[in-house]
Design a protein. Sequence first.
Length: 365
Amino acid sequence: MSFRLILLGLLLLSSTRAYFQDSIPPVTAIDTTKIDTIVIRATQYKVKAVPRGIRFINPDISFNDTRVLSEPYEPFVIPSFWTRENKLGLNVSQVAFVNWNAGGENAVSGLGNLKFIRNYKFRYLKWNNELILKYGINVQEGREIRKTEDVIRFTSTFGYRRDTLSKWYHSVNVKFNTQITDGYKYPDTENRISRFMAPGYLFFGGGPSYAPEGEKFNLYLSPTTVKATFVLDQTLANQGAFGVKRAIYDEEGNLVTRGEKKFIEFGILVTNTWEKEISKNIIMQHRLSLFTDYVRSFGNIDIDWELNFTFKVNDLFEANFGTQVIYDDDIRFDQVIADTGNVIDPGVPRIQFRQGLAIGLAYNF
């Protein structure tokens, strides 16, 4: 009996243990999914609390109050490292007399000039280019048309500096000067004293240049410059004009050797250009060129100095006052040439001076 009770108790105990084991809830899965080494959360929770100051509203869009822009729209333009200037000037003066007791002659004068500038600057590099054309005439009653100014001048300077803080550049400079039409010593209009490329001057050299940032100032020092003088008119070349070797004639005036059409010099060149607004609407422009030859006449300096003042009236009208001084030992005056072609007196060099005052139009395009 007792054995049966014991056996029954063991059966009840085993069944109860099995029941409790089956009633234990299964282990729930973790709220993550593992993919390789990245853990991605499977459940997303909504935001229960909205911070103050946030208003979820639909915007009210209306084009009823749309207006036309007060200023024209300017699209974005890619910045350029080039700066340019195109300027056209025309100055005219006129005087007329009718029954004028003090006397006088009707006259009209005109001066036109063109100026083109193309400059490039980026970090270590600087390249300046300038072309200037000037031509002026004077028409007076009872007299031939006379030329008052005639200039073709081109200048190009390329510079490199070692850093962006330096004001000194290692530069190479090219400069060319000549004129457009024939020149005469008035009133003699039969024998010309100059013409296109007679003379023509070409300078080429290298050296340091000083150009401060933000200023229109340039000082160029070249200890190695080649100066070439061209006289492409054979008649002037035979006379030895502008420093070229003159022709050789025999005693009877027969030409033995033609005059040379070019003359090469090697020396030092110093140039300086400076433009500054000294007062409101008053601009000063200064240009100076000094050259001396090492071999032929060292210390004998050729000078070309120009000083101009521009008085701006408005965007279209301006007044100009300028002076120019030239001294070149190769340009001789009062030459005496015999009928045979031989030069009796080579003449002497003189200081050349020009001064002008004009009022006219100035248009930038």
